[in-house]
Each structure stands twice: as C-alpha cells, then as structure tokens.
Write a protein that binds this ligand. Structure first.
Ligand SMILES: Nc1ncnc2c1ncn2[C@@H]1O[C@H](COP(=O)(O)OP(=O)(O)OP(=O)(O)O)[C@@H](O)[C@H]1O
Length: 239
C-alpha cells in the first residue's frame, strides 16, 4: 500500500481531565479538500493545534508524507510543508500587507528581493495586490482573512489547514473565499478545512469527517455526512 499523504492514527489529546481529542484516526489524500466539522467545542481547532505542533500529542501518531510529526516544533512542521490559518486572525499590525506576507516568505529564503517577489505573487493570487501598501491594522475583516491565507501560502505549503476562514464574512465575501480556496487546491495544495458554514463545506469538500467530543461520528462524501443521523443528532439534539 502506498504511504498516505497525511494520516492521523489514534490521535488523543488530554487537557488535564478533559479528553479534547479521542482516539481519532483519519487520512487525507494529496489534492483533496478535506472537511473537519463538528459542534462547538468538539475538538476541531485542537486537532489543528496537534498537527502543527502547537500542543504536544498525548498519544497517537501524525504522519505527513511518511514522516512522523510527533514531537517536532511548529517551525519544523512548517518547513516540511504544513501551514495553517487561525480562527482569530492576528496580522503584524504595524506592518503593511506586503511586509506581513514577506515575513512568511522568509520560510524558504533569506533574500529580501526573493521574499518580496514571492509576496507580490501571492498577493496577486489572493486578490490583495491593490492593498499591498495598506497598514495591516486598518484592514476590513474580509481582507484580513485573505491576508491570513496569503501569509500561510507564502510559506509554500503542500498542506494548508484553514480554520474558519469564512466566519463573519458577507455572503459575497464567502463566495469569493470559496473561489480562492478552489484556486489554491487547483494550484496543487491539499487542504483540510474547519468551517461552521455548511453551504461552504458542502460545496468545497471532497470528503468530510464529523467529530463530537473529540471522536469520529461520521466520515464520507458531503451528502453522506450531511444525512447521517449521528451528525444530525450532534448538531440538533435528539428531539
Ligand atoms: N488550551 C486548552 N486548555 C484546556 N482546554 C482546552 C484548551 N484548548 C481547548 N480546550 C478544550 O478542548 C475542547 C475542544 O476545543 P476546540 O477549541 O478544539 O473545539 P472546536 O471544535 O474547535 O470548537 P469551536 O467550533 O467552538 O471553535 C473544548 O472543551 C475546549 O474547552
């Protein structure tokens, strides 16, 4: 059997007495958009924090292109080709949009010229080029979310973890966001996306894993997961 592009095996995370992620196994194929959904507090962001090394794993394994990520620091995981965005976006406020993206581009180069070239290319790709000289602190939310994605892309990931990039956006901004995410995948980057907006998840994902209390409750194609009684119960309750 060939090595999976990304795999989590029996992943578990305890915060004291709270088991936030419980024996969670899944894999992602290269080129997929893979959705991770579940009610509030079900463990989605914690899974991202384990993948990118922000929290140590309690037990289990995470492998990326055959390499174990267990125990690696976040910067090494980023160098291996995994980038993420954060639910609450925090750009470097005193820098411009371009400078923000340049700092991320230094992941692969020491050259100012090359980081600038890379950042300009990414800003063009993300539809932010007209904002390049704007201060990051004054950006409206839609642009701040795009900047967050641009900064992640500038690290040149093979796998991108998107954490609620659509929250708080207008329907038009969401539609533009969906287009951008498809364009990112079409450029050869595999995506795991955490998102509460079901319209977005259903239209984007090849496969979806739904978790509750840190445990798998369903996995499959979007329509299969959306119609799964365990998923409906987790979101809406039993009655
Ligand atoms: N650093 C931490 N210390 C203690 N408990 C934590 C910590 N981080 C998360 N938790 C707990 O772990 C559980 C899972 O939280 P997590 O943020 O991963 O859920 P989530 O599915 O991303 O939620 P949401 O959809 O609301 O963002 C929750 O009960 C949360 O309170």
């Amino acid at each position: 059997m060939s090595t999976p592009f990304f795999e989590s095996q029996e992943l578990t995370k305890d915060f004291g007495g709270l088991r936030a992620v419980n024996n969670l196994s899944f894999h992602v194929q290269e080129g997929e958009i893979f959705g991770l959904i579940g009610p509030n507090g079900s463990g989605k962001t914690t899974v991202f924090n384990l993948i990118n090394g922000y929290y140590p794993i309690t037990s289990g394994q995470i492998r990326f292109q055959g390499t174990s990520l267990n125990g690696l620091p976040t910067w090494k995981i980023c160098k291996l080709g995994i980038a993420r965005t954060f639910q609450v976006v925090k750009p470097l406020r005193r820098m411009t949009v371009l400078e923000n993206v340049m700092t991320a581009a230094f992941n692969h180069t020491d050259s100012l010229t090359k980081s600038r070239e890379k950042a300009l290319e990414i800003l063009e790709f993300c539809g932010l080029i007209d904002r390049k000289d704007a201060s990051a602190k004054g950006l409206p939310l839609g642009d701040r979310k795009r900047l967050e994605i641009a900064r992640a892309l500038a690290t040149e990931p093979k796998l991108l973890l998107l954490d609620e990039t659509m929250a708080g956006l207008t329907p038009q901004e969401q539609a533009d966001g969906v287009k951008l995410i498809r364009k990112i995948r079409d450029s050869g980057i595999t995506i795991i996306i955490v998102e509460h907006i079901m319209r977005v998840i259903m239209s984007l994902c090849d496969r979806i894993l739904c978790i509750n209390y840190g445990q798998r409750i369903a996995e499959g194609r979007p329509e299969e997961v959306a119609n799964d009684p365990a998923v409906i119960e987790a979101y809406l309750g039993k009655d």
